[in-house]
Design a protein around this ligand. Structure first.
Ligand SMILES: [Zn+2]
Length: 129
């Protein structure tokens, strides 16, 4: 493992964007198995090579900036997904969107018709919990 450590000195290494490129490459490879043409499998090489290039790149500042751009695009998507999963697991609360400011409000489940006051804009609306 020491030789690998020596090779990686001063190099950027793996980050979220590199992992995403690797995942795209794997997906293209798997999808590319089924059709008889090798277009997708060949296309899968592009993100794979980009991933290698980024990992071994010595221009760490540029790679860091690329990763930040990727994260500013990816994090909202990931957060929306994790919120949905958490809400579907929550069996004791219901979630409603405020009709005025669109903020999500969490209320306890099974309380019948209740008047909900939005904590942000103080708008009141009635929903069945
Ligand atoms: Zn509101």
């Amino acid at each position: 493992m020491n030789w690998l450590r020596r090779v990686m000195i001063g190099r950027y290494g793996v980050d979220q964007l590199s992992i995403a490129l690797l995942v795209i490459s794997v997906i293209l490879t798997i999808v590319g198995i089924f059709p008889k043409t090798h277009v997708l499998s060949t296309l899968a090489l592009i993100p794979l090579l980009l991933c290698y290039f980024r990992t071994f790149s010595k221009n760490t500042r540029k790679r860091y900036e690329e990763n930040q751009k990727f994260l500013s695009f990816w994090n909202p998507i990931r957060n929306t997904f994790t919120k949905r999963v958490e809400r579907s697991k929550d069996k004791t609360h219901r979630f409603f969107k405020c009709p005025k400011c669109s903020k999500t409000v969490r209320v306890p489940k099974g309380k019948g018709k209740i008047c909900i006051t939005c904590p942000i804009c103080k708008e009141e609306f009635i929903r069945k919990s």
